[in-house]
Design a protein around this ligand. Structure first.
Ligand SMILES: Nc1ncnc2c1ncn2[C@@H]1O[C@H](COP(=O)(O)OP(=O)(O)OP(=O)(O)O)[C@@H](O)[C@H]1O
Length: 451
């Protein structure tokens, strides 16, 4: 983990240097400054976990002025450094939101204890906020929709590996949810309150990828008029998602390998080694072992990113997920648009289930979005679909699911149950009657399919 960050503001150069060095030797990441302006500007780029603040600062050297600015900074603990005999000021600082105060000359043992306590408090407040934030939100696993055996085992695997720091490689055809799965891994991990940074390795031109990932110094190359942090640095403390890793240029693969081996890198044009703490999750629709055997992907990098591999299946192989995805996407649309909820009628439902989806879930979602946009009266009909897909009225294509009778039966069951529930406003007794099932029988199926 990255060391806690401390910002020390004091106008006495000797004290700044000594105290800064002492805190640095204790393992903290320390920045220093001499006035309130520096405090403000430094905080914009350096998200300090703790501020040590002298009250008597230039240009006014007026402790009351510093005190009146104090509430601006108290979203992190502020420890006030007071001179001898400034008890009243110290008490006023506490009233203004300071966490604690230390009287100069500072006793290093006392400093160590007060700093540690303040940092622990800050950490607890952050965890509490993150817990509050997550309370009431659905479990990240609930965002992985699907009742097929494949989706069930993906959910189980994600739950098992997310809290560890193991690297993950998600493979499978385009549009099958590789990014959704990677996000769920992050959201269920201990890094959930940290950043999730997504890099599309194939979309960034090879010559830009290095500075995008590693950042650069000012003047490192033509046009670099300002120093810039790279995405690796931005992802520090969180997860770096390398999408389409199979398309990463070979020269860049060597550099990435070094980061994964050593956890450190040089920004372009810099001689200062940066250390980061990120979890790498990668995704690809390419066959990486095949690329390795053709020399298009480095074998050593392949083994570094592989960690645990999660494989997604094409949607056509898991038709039982289609009804659930339809319900999910229509619900999302209802929430986002504020429009009344939509549901497909039986014919429309069957069209969605029987159609082939070479673009997988992404194609299903965009088809549903466009059909929903022209539907009226809260129901999607085959007529609506035929306006956009004139072949919809022709003989249906062979049902998805290949030869698996089991998957098709499950798909049909899920579709019929979902429709009955929608028609009866989720009233399970009425839906069971309409389906000719006992209420108990229906409840069992609802549970089995995760409806
Ligand atoms: N199991 C799922 N549950 C909910 N939404 C899903 C699921 N699978 C895919 N989606 C949705 O389908 C769309 C495509 O998913 P995603 O971008 O994760 O696919 P991908 O496999 O990463 O695609 P690509 O290889 O093209 O980058 C997104 O809108 C995503 O929210």
């Amino acid at each position: 983990m990255t060391p806690p960050r401390i910002l020390l503001i004091d106008d006495e150069p000797a004290f700044r240097t000594l105290c800064g060095q002492w805190l640095g030797a204790e393992g903290y990441d320390v920045r220093t400054g001499a006035d309130l302006n520096t405090l403000r500007t430094t905080l914009q780029a350096f998200d300090a976990d703790l501020v040590l603040l002298d009250l008597s600062l230039p240009p006014r050297f007026d402790p009351r002025h510093t005190l009146s600015s104090l509430p601006q900074f108290t979203d992190r603990p502020v420890i006030i450094l007071t001179g001898h005999g400034e008890r009243e000021l110290a008490l006023e600082a506490l009233r203004q939101g300071a966490w604690d105060f230390l009287a100069k000359p500072i006793d290093p043992d006392m400093l160590a204890v007060v700093v540690r306590r303040a940092l622990t408090k800050h950490q607890l407040v952050r965890e509490l906020n993150s817990l509050k934030h997550n309370l009431g939100r659905k479990s990240p696993l609930a965002s992985l929709i699907g009742a097929s055996p494949s989706m069930e085992s993906i959910r189980a695997l994600v739950q098992r590996i997310a809290p560890t720091d193991v690297r993950v490689l998600v493979t499978g055809p385009s549009g099958t949810g590789k990014e959704v799965i990677s996000r769920a891994v992050h959201d269920l991990s201990q890094r959930a309150s940290g950043p999730f940074i997504s890099v599309h390795c194939g979309a960034i031109p090879a010559e830009l990828l290095e500075s995008e990932l590693f950042g650069h110094t000012r003047g490192a190359f033509t046009g670099a008029d300002k120093a810039r942090d790279g995405l690796l640095k931005v992802a520090d403390g969180g997860t770096l998602f390398l999408d389409e890793i199979g398309e990463m240029p070979l020269a860049m693969q060597v550099k990435l390998l070094r980061v994964l081996q050593e956890g450190s890198f040089y920004p372009v044009g810099s001689r200062t080694l940066e250390t980061i703490d990120v979890r790498v999750v990668s995704a690809t629709n390419a066959n990486l072992p095949d690329k390795v055997s053709r020399g298009a992907f480095r074998e050593d990098l392949f083994y570094r990113i592989k960690g645990v591999t999660i494989e997604t299946r094409p949607l056509d192989e898991r038709p039982e997920d289609i009804p659930l995805l339809i319900t999910h996407f229509l619900e999302l649309q209802h929430q986002n648009s504020g429009q009344p909820p939509l549901r497909p009628d039986t014919e429309a439902f069957n069209w969605f289930i029987q159609r082939r989806w070479p673009g997988n879930v992404r194609e299903l979602k965009s088809t549903l979005d466009s059909v929903a946009a022209i539907a009226r009266g809260g129901v999607i009909t085959l007529d609506d679909i035929a306006l956009l897909y004139p072949a919809a009225r022709a003989t249906p294509a062979p049902a998805a699911g290949g030869d698996s009778l089991d998957a098709q039966v499950r798909a049909l069951e899920i579709a019929l149950i979902s429709q009955a529930l929608a028609r009866h406003d989720n009233n399970r007794t009425h839906a069971a009657q309409a389906l000719g099932l006992s209420r108990q029988g229906l409840l069992k199926k609802i549970e089995r399919y995760g409806l």
